[in-house]
Design a protein around this ligand. Structure first.
Ligand code: GLU
Length: 468
């Protein structure tokens, strides 16, 4: 196989849709698997909607997802003059022609065809008029599409798909102002960029037939097509804002790490045996179009959370702590001092067992990130009454002689509860409230070990002083 070249061709709409990100990922994985190239082309011809910020957002989301592209991103708009030249070349080859029909004439043609029960596909009267008979008037350039026969594509996902040529019209390549249409620009760009495989959403399937005719009109090689099913929401309808987050940035802000997103998005429509959880390197090794399914994949937040949890569990504690601190800094959530950071890292084996997002990790690291004296939340405060404070007072004096490991702290606390005739929970609940200001935290024994004796005792004293 010739060197694989894929591309991702987003229209800058202001954010990178999660479905488009999945398309980008499949193109990226396919190119990387085959040691080929992955190119990026911004389809920025709709100038009414174009803004530089919208393009930057796409770049930023791609970078965040780790989908690096080869070379510079191509601007479709900048190729307009070249697209127009190609259309003219097609006219000289006889595979395209100037059409002078006005909008009104086309509308009349359609009305008449409808009234007579014929196909409303526009048949230009200019298709066979020689240049010598052309008026001096603005014209569009239309493809001279075959009138009969069939156009068939071998789609790597959809299989063989055939259209009757009589259903495909003489599509417009350049408008009367000389600007190229989207359909034409895509083909010229894909050809110029040497794209060998077009992997995109199946909403573009019919475009593949029309684009095939353009390739043929220029005598160019038609790329391999792979039209992947769109993503649906949990209710089986096309994924939209109604289902919740659709922009890649929103997932970043919710605290999903890029490696888990890549894993999850790869599984949305592609499979490799029963593998659910895998690294990006494995996905690159395994990815091929054979594994892409024909039916729409459903977006499942629970699965995304589970995969994130598995990624956290297999991430080295120091790296995960760094990632968490970066996340916190990016979102201006918590100032984390070097001391706090080392406590978070110590706690990380516990924290990462349960968290499904960075936000949850940060939430469970709260005890290490609070600076004393702090005010407990309402639930924790309600556990710190005169009875429980009495218990904590006695306990505090016993903590001086304990060797400070979580095992020995646990032994001491159990012994203390027994000596006082209390259930362990009656000691642990107020203790947790005093140490963390919350009613939920990682294991109290570990919390104490990580905080260290002086800090643990100081927090207990704060609670005692606050209540007495
Ligand atoms: N710009 C098109 C889109 O965002 C993609 C076109 C293509 O992949 O051929 O849907």
């Amino acid at each position: 196989m010739a060197k694989v070249v894929t591309r991702f061709a987003p229209s800058p709409t202001g954010f990178l849709h999660i479905g488009s990100a999945r398309t980008a990922l499949f193109n990226w994985l396919f190119a990387r698997h085959h040691a080929g190239k992955f190119l990026l082309r911004v389809e920025d011809t709709d100038r009414a909607r174009y803004t530089p910020e919208a393009v930057e957002t796409i770049f930023a989301s791609m970078k965040w997802l780790g989908l690096d592209w080869d070379g510079d991103a191509v601007s479709q708009f900048e190729g307009a003059a070249h697209h127009a030249d190609i259309a003219k070349e097609m006219v000289s080859r006889g595979t395209a022609y100037h059409c002078f029909s006005t909008q009104e004439e086309i509308a009349q043609f359609r009305e008449k065809a409808k009234a007579e029960g014929r196909s409303t596909r526009f048949m230009s009267p200019w298709r066979d008029v020689s240049a010598a008979d052309h008026p001096d008037a603005p014209s569009v350039i239309r493809l001279r599409a075959p009138l009969d026969g069939e156009t068939t594509i071998q789609d790597q996902v959809q299989g063989e798909v055939t259209w009757k040529n009589e259903t495909l019209d003489d599509l417009i390549l350049t408008r009367s102002d000389g600007t190229p249409t989207y359909m034409h620009a895509v083909v010229v760009d894909d050809h110029d960029m040497g794209v060998t495989h077009v992997i995109r959403g199946d909403d573009h399937l019919t475009n593949a037939a029309r684009q095939t005719l353009i390739y043929q009109a220029m005598g160019w090689d038609v790329p391999v097509w792979a039209h992947i099913p769109l993503i649906h929401g949990e209710d089986g309808k096309k994924l939209s804002k109604r289902h919740g987050a659709v922009g890649v940035e929103e997932y970043r802000d919710m605290g999903y790490p890029p490696e888990a997103m890549r894993n999850y998005l790869a599984r949305l429509g592609w499979s490799h045996g029963d593998d659910e959880f895998f690294t990006t390197a494995q996905a690159v090794e395994w990815f091929d179009l054979d594994g892409v399914g024909k039916s729409a994949a459903r977006f499942d937040f629970k699965k995304l959370g589970n995969l994130t949890q598995q990624h956290f569990k297999t991430t080295d504690d120091a790296k995960l702590t760094d990632d968490l601190c970066n996340f916190s800094a990016l979102h201006k959530l918590q100032d984390i001092s070097p001391e706090q950071k080392s406590m978070v890292q110590m706690a990380m084996p516990l924290l990462k067992e349960r968290a499904k997002t960075y936000l949850e990790l940060l939430e469970s690291a709260h005890f290490a990130l609070s600076e004393r004296p702090f005010t407990p939340d309402d639930k924790a405060a309600s556990l710190l009454n005169s009875v429980s404070i009495g218990i904590l007072k006695k306990l505090t004096s016993r903590l001086q002689n304990v060797s400070w490991t979580h095992e020995l702290i646990e032994t001491e606390l159990r012994q203390f509860a027994q000596d006082q005739g209390l259930k362990l929970g009656e000691v642990l609940q107020p203790l947790r409230a005093a140490l963390t200001g919350r009613t939920i935290s990682p294991s109290v024994f570990n919390v104490m070990e990580i905080l260290g004796r002086p800090e643990s005792v100081a927090r207990l004293e704060d609670a005692i002083n606050r209540t007495s």
